[in-house]
Design a protein around this ligand. Sequence first.
Ligand code: BG6
Length: 485
Amino acid sequence: MSHTVIPVDVFDYVVFGATGDLSRKKLLPALYYRFADGQIPDDSRIIACARTNIDKPEFRLMAEDAIKDSASSISIDESVLKRFLCLLHYQVIDVFNDDDWSALKTFMALKNDDRVTVFYLSVDPSLIDPIVSGLKANQLHTTSRLVIEKPLGFDLPSSVHLNNLLRSVYDENRIYRIDHYLGKETVQNLMALRFANIMFEPLWNSHYIDHVQITAAEKIGVQGRGGYYDTAGALRDMVQNHILQVICLSTMEPPATFDADSVRDEKLKVLQSLKPLTSEHMNANAVRGQYAESAEYSGYLQDVDKKSSQTETYVALQFYIDNWRWAGTPFYLRTGKRLSEQAMEIVFIFRKMPHFIFGKTSQEVQPNALVIRLQPDESIDIEITTKEPGHGGMRLKETTLETAPSTSIQSQDAYQRLLMDVVRGDQTLFMRGDEVEAAWQWIDPIIEYWKQSDRPVDTYTAGSEGPESANALMKKSDRAWRKIQ
Ligand code: BG6
């Protein structure tokens, strides 16, 4: 499908942690594809910074391999790749060493124009403080933008501390907290669907929506990230950020205009309206699970090489958004690793008809559903009931209307959009500090409850649909999870 490409201004993208996983798997390929599409001016520079003692040609070789590895279905144009590699530079930097900072500063000053400057921190959280301090001490912060990845803190106090640190050097309007789920095509399509069409708005509330199901199921396990994952767990890794962000955009009020702060003000209000899960209701409304060995897969404990761990690889929650629009509509979310399929969807399930005129068949009719799918393909579908064609009388069947036809977009696409948004200076798809804190405020009591609880984490067989207790959570309100597919 052809699309309009508007080149961005010339920039310097300085990536700290440039030899790391995220940089190789996502950032470098994303920048390459934007370049190949004609969006990045040739005079731009990507300045890779890391401690690894390699030189520019070695880094370029590493980047070439990374881009080719990511290509899977898209063919790489060798001549374009060659031109792209010329944009890459490499600076060895130990962030505690003043001389290394001076060298970086000198290199950056070689281009003495008013180009957009971005510092992207793809580093261990312990390095954020020295890097931000180094940027300030070397006067590199004055006109630049700062991009920072999750984890954005570990709980509310640590996220407040992080926000204070960042804001002591950068104004909030130059801090870009990235959540790649916000860069996904469908997430933005959802906003177009809601706010560029009149037909959904009257139905988008608890009068018409019976309940909402959010599923983020992954087939993969912890994939060599066991060290990090065992200290985080599914609630911190997926719910606090990606899932709550998607919920915010799906349920927020229409912002006055589509600008960064109007959108983020509305998202913040949703987070502030999340009804706290209190300890008396926690057992009934919150489930945590951990995958156990199956014939096909190893179990979590083997994957993280531990004898015991209470870290959850699966979470299911029932909760409410206590505001005028959503009061009374239950939200159910589940996310987990090593589940049967890779699937991410948010489904609005409508109430049943007040009166059904088609007699006996009424029991068989499914309620309408609006399905927003982010994985494996991206699409927005409406499930409705229609007449079965033919002369056999009035028989009903379920039909799916595709409002936004499915597209199989490369996963680095989210990064492509977000990386360019930083250069454009558009913060709409980035989290503001107060949102991150509000999300932790809701999450922290759940973590605390589990920490204190003497009920061990439930187990589920790797490759299944999750623990039995998650089904019970639904059953108590006479509902059932949709099949993960
Ligand atoms: C990351 C989590 O933020 O998102 C991972 O740390 C998870 O554990 C990943 O696998 C999921 O992203 P995506 O785009 O593959 O759904």
